[in-house]
Design a protein around this ligand. Structure first.
Ligand code: PLP
Length: 408
């Protein structure tokens, strides 16, 4: 056991994974051993351009040297104190998050879904203690076709049958409303509604961009009815859509903003709930916590990752490169393309055929993409990608979709 395997083949690695690991994913069979910037390399040295960026967790590019430096330096000093004691990194992350985003307070967690759960708990307690909703009656509205993670409560309000099947019973107190339809939200709000949780642009659903003004109307409705607007920016945030946060496209500021993924540039799971003092002060000592949440290693990594977003102007890059990519994709005449949509460098190509074989054909050409919902290819390259690399990636898509259309 624990021998150093130097001569193990890619197919043996795949077989080990299939034999001993749970099959809760269906990955492409590319076995990656290293990466830098927008490129990843498999165990046989072939290189691939990454058009997924770990679902936008590596907006800063793989193994960004500045984040790596912050991580290794902090790892030599202290990695985990638990929140039983203070550490010298957490206050600095709080200050950076406040100065960068304008939110008054933050609560750090690890995975994205933990931050979502934290926001749900905050909303419920705010409902009872601030809004005055009767105990145990608080209701949270969510959007149809949402994706907020995989815990029992979060899949409990998913519209995806597979995400729920076999995992009930689910907690009560959640109700779905149509996404992109402010009227539907207005009709769903009751005196017991404490929050509306929404992705400004739905990622897993296939990069669904709501009508312009949707979030503005939503924010207005929430204000009128004293309901918290909670934006899940875990995938859409930190530059992905051409703004720091996707809600900025509608000129609004939600009461609660949930961040994760690129908050660490892919080095380490770091997430956070950003909100007003009024919301986050509902948590008193002992109400909520996490052993690793806010640990000094995570904070040092997150601070460096945020700094890269600002210093390398990743939002601006995303906006600019996104216009270019959308233009090129929309100009393609291939029969298999049903629709191209997106914002910034976050694009969904809706196909008339299954997306998986297309992704496999792209892999053979050295481009890594992943399908979502059977017929959509999601493009989300690292935001540090060069225009030349981006153009090359789009060329491969053009070629594969052309071949696929010719076969119809
Ligand atoms: C990825 C994602 C999550 C869940 O994040 P995990 O780190 O996988 O728990 C939640 N919401 C959105 C919008 C996401 O894209």
């Amino acid at each position: 056991m624990f021998v150093d395997e130097t001569a193990i083949s890619p197919s043996e690695l795949v077989e080990l994974e299939e034999r001993y690991g749970a099959h809760n994913y269906h990955p492409l069979d590319v076995v990656i051993e290293r990466a830098a910037g927008a490129w990843v390399y498999d165990v046989e040295g072939r290189r691939y351009l990454d058009f997924l960026a770990a679902y936008s967790a590596v907006n800063q590019g793989h193994c960004h040297p500045a984040i790596l430096k912050a991580m290794t330096e902090q790892a030599k000093r202290v990695t985990l104190t638990s929140r039983a004691f203070r550490n010298d990194q957490l206050p600095l992350l709080y200050r950076d998050l406040h100065e960068m985003t304008g939110f008054e307070m933050a609560l750090p967690m690890n995975s994205g879904v933990e931050a979502v759960e934290t926001a749900l708990k905050a909303a419920r307690k705010w409902g009872e203690t601030v809004k005055g909703v009767p105990v145990g009656q608080g209701e949270i509205l969510v959007a149809a076709n949402n994706f907020h993670g995989r815990t029992i409560s979060v899949v409990g309000f998913s519209s995806e049958t597979q995400y729920r099947a076999g995992f009930g019973p689910f907690p009560a107190g959640f109700r779905q409303v149509a996404f992109g339809d402010a009227e539907a939200l207005r009709e769903a709000i009751t005196p017991n509604t404490v929050a509306f949780l929404v992705e400004p642009i739905q990622g897993e659903a296939g990069i669904i961009v709501p009508p312009a003004g949707y979030l503005r109307q939503t924010a207005q409705l929430c204000r009128e009815h004293n309901v918290l607007l909670m934006c899940d920016e875990i995938q859409s945030g930190l530059g992905r859509t051409g703004k720091l946060f996707a809600f900025e496209h509608d000129g609004i500021r939600p009461d609660v903003c949930i961040v994760g993924k690129a908050l660490s540039g892919g080095f380490y799971p770091v997430s956070a709930v950003l909100a007003s003092r009024e919301v986050l002060r509902v948590f008193a000592p002992g109400d909520h916590g996490s052993t690793f949440g806010g640990n000094p290693l995570a904070c040092a990594v997150a601070r460096a990752a945020l700094r890269v977003v600002v210093e390398e102007q990743l939002s601006e890059r995303s906006a600019e490169l996104g216009v270019y990519a959308l233009e090129r994709l929309r100009a393609m005449q291939h029969k298999v393309i049903a629709e191209v949509r997106g914002k910034g460098l976050w694009i969904g190509i809706e196909l008339t055929v299954k997306a998986r074989p297309i992704c496999e054909a792209l892999e053979r050409r050295g481009l890594l993409c992943k399908e979502t919902h059977d017929t959509v290819i999601r493009l989300a390259p690292p935001l540090v990608i060069s225009r030349e690399d981006l153009a090359w990636g789009i060329d491969q898509i053009d070629a594969v979709l052309g071949q696929s259309s010719a076969g119809l």
